[in-house]
Structure formats: C-alpha cells, structure tokens
Design a protein around this ligand. Structure first.
Ligand SMILES: Cc1ncc(COP(=O)(O)O)c(C=O)c1O
Length: 376
C-alpha cells in the first residue's frame, strides 16, 4: 500500500534525536530550529521524559475515560500552578485541531449561538469548525464551508463590534500571536478590546494557544501579555514534547455536564505522564526564562544581518523576514548547513521554533550559516 501523498517531503530520514539535534540514518547531525513544528518543548529524548513514559507504559498505557485516572488530576494541578490560570477546568483530547473543535463546540453549547469570528491569516486546524475558522480556502472542503464564519482583519476592533452586536456569534477565536500565518500580532488595545466586547455581547473569547502556549513565548501563554480573561484556552503542540495530546482550559462560567464532551484516547495515562513531565522539566530547568534570554540574544544577532528586513515574534516563536522568498535559503540551511528551520504563509518569512532548551552556541550556528549564505 502506498502512502496518501499529501506532504511534500524533504529527503531526510531522522532516526534519533537528542536535545536540539536530530540524526539521520547516516548519523548526519542536524540542528533542530523547527522543533517538529513547535512541538519539541523540553528537547528531544529528554532523559526524565523517556524514563517517565517508559515506566508508565510498563504499568498501564491506556484505559478509557470511564474509570478514575489520577494522572489527569495531577496534570491539571501542575498546569494550574505553572500557567497561573487558577479556577479553570481541564478537558483533554489529542491534537490542536481537536482542542479548537471542542472549544468552538463548547462555546456554542454555552451561549446557544452558532457563528464564529476569526481573523485573516489565522490557522486553527483541519477539523470541521476549526478549518472553517482558518483563513485558507484551499483546505476548506464544501462540507466544512457550511459553518458560519466571519474572517476579519486582525486589529479591526470596529468590525468585531459590528459582528458581535448582531448577537449570533458564539465565539471569537484568536491566536494572540499568529503561527502559520507569519507571526503577526496586534496591539494590547485590540486584544483587550476584543475581550471587553466578548463579555458585553455574551460571546466566548477563545485563545488559541496551540502553538504559542506551554512557555514558547517566554510567558506560559501568549495572551498573558495582555489584560484579558479567555473563556476557553486551547493547547496542544508543546504539551507532550511529541506525545500526541491536546486540551482546553475552561473558565468556571462554563459549566460541565455528563456527556457534553468526550473522547476515547484523550487524557490517557501515557499522554498525561508525558505532559506532566514536560511541565516539571519546564519548571526545573527554567525554560520560560531561557526562552526569554535566548530570544533577546537571537534578536540582537538578527539585527546585525542587513538582509533581514524585519524580526517578528516573541520568545522562541520567531521569524526573520527578508525581501525575497526564503524557500531556497531554507533548503541551503537544511542540506548545506544541516539546520532545520520553518516556513510560513508569508513566503518571505523564515520561522524559528526550536526546543526551549536551546543555548546561545546553537543560535550562533544559525547566524554563521546565514552570514555565509547572504554575503555570497
Ligand atoms: C495555532 C494553531 N492552532 C491549531 C493547530 C492545529 O493543530 P494540530 O495540527 O495538532 O491539529 C495548529 C497547527 O499548526 C496551530 O498552529
């Protein structure tokens, strides 16, 4: 059976990885400044993570959500402690799209409305409501297009009020810093204005922290830079350091009832142990502070490269914008300099999403490579 050919692949076959480095089958070493698309938070094969998952799988890998699972409670407590999101409740699922799908569905259950407001260049996943709220018509099938979604300009608070005032919007879904779209971020006045409008019109504010959460921006959540109180916060990527897990944090003004949400695999024993270990390592190794420190170092270095026209992002969710498409440069970085980086919807943007364990010496490797490519 051949594979359904939906991914354009780089011809590299990683077989092992340690911290910020990935090795292929010939033992060629690559610096990972992409983190498998912002997924690797505490570094590849972290010994504490490997030991915790190995130990758990030898005991009990999975049982359904029909029994007590104290590992879910443990994860919820640790998440509350590190995020500072006290009082929220946790529902666990398996991916970012699923987290947003549950978030949108829950918002609609909560206030009985069905329209969604989302933003230009936003990305929320590929499931039904999540993909409809994503600004990319190429990935929206006719079956998804029946969802009622209004895509507005990021920063246009007047348009948000106009949409919400019709009183049929269940949720505004927003990445406080955009990922796939290209690291755009609006102003505090905008995000805080959206929060006020959501409260005024009984609309749920959904903060999509699938990519920006779990310490990636140097804060636990990107929205925490602003004075906003999301009704629902969606999480995934960095949460499991590669183990598939997602979830939503739910404000206490939204009430649970039996059967309202559900999943077979969500919150399984292995996933919970993986994510709790990620949180412990983030805390023990001060990785949010590291994200801030390395980010500052990276930005200083980037300022020294004249071909870089704009430095975007926060923490270790960064982008270098050039005045030319970066696809060739990215290939050179991979094949000649053995450095993985990312791309974005904006073709001129090179995206940097390394493990949060990255050190200055690794940043230096990127800038040496960029200098040699851009001066030639
Ligand atoms: C902000 C954001 N939301 C949702 C998703 C979807 O996550 P997943 O691919 O795990 O379904 C992504 C994935 O890139 C994302 O960046």
């Amino acid at each position: 059976m051949s594979l359904f050919n939906v991914y354009p692949l780089f011809d590299i076959t990683p077989v092992k990885a340690v911290d910020v480095f990935v090795y292929d089958e010939n033992n060629t070493k690559y610096l990972d400044l992409y983190g498998g698309h912002a997924v690797i938070s505490i570094g590849h094969s972290h010994p504490k993570y490997v030991a915790a998952i190995s130990d758990q799988v030898a005991k009990l890998g999975f049982y359904s959500n029909s029994i007590q699972n104290p590992l879910q409670v443990q994860l919820a407590d640790k998440l509350e402690q590190l995020s500072g999101c006290t009082d929220y409740e946790l529902f666990l699922c398996n991916s970012g799209a699923e987290a947003n799908e549950n978030a949108l569905k829950l918002a609609s259950f909560h206030n009985g409305k069905k329209k969604v407001v989302a933003f230009k260049n936003g990305f929320h996943g590929r499931t039904s409501a999540a993909v409809a709220a994503t600004d990319n018509t190429k990935i929206i099938a006719p079956i998804n297009a029946q969802q009622e979604v209004e895509i507005l300009e990021l920063g246009d608070l007047e348009a948000v009020e106009k949409a919400l005032a019709k009183n049929d919007v269940c949720a505004v879904i927003i990445e406080c810093i955009q990922g796939v779209g290209g690291l755009d971020e609006s102003t505090a006045a905008f995000y805080e204005g959206v929060d006020v409008l959501c409260k005024k019109y009984n609309t749920c504010f959904i903060a999509d922290e699938v990519q920006s959460g779990f310490g990636r921006t140097g804060d636990f959540f990107a929205f925490q830079k602003y004075n906003v109180t999301p009704d629902i916060i969606s999480i995934a990527k960095g949460m499991g350091n590669g183990f598939p897990i997602g979830g939503i944090l739910i404000h206490p003004n939204i009430k649970a009832s039996f059967g309202l949400l559900g999943t077979t695999f969500g919150g399984n024993h292995l996933a919970c142990v993986a994510s709790s270990t990620v949180l412990e390592v983030i805390e023990e190794e001060h990785l949010m502070q590291n994200a801030k420190d390395i980010s500052a170092y990276f930005i200083e270095k980037a300022k020294g490269i004249s071909a870089v026209k704009n430095i975007k992002g926060r923490g270790l969710m960064l982008g270098l914008e050039f005045d030319f498409p970066i696809s060739e440069l990215r290939k050179k970085l991979i094949f000649e300099h053995k450095i993985f980086t990312g791309s974005a919807k904006n073709p001129n943007l090179l995206r940097i999403l390394p493990p949060l364990t990255i050190k200055k010496e690794h940043v230096d490797l990127l800038f040496e490579a960029l200098k040699s490519e851009l001066q030639g």
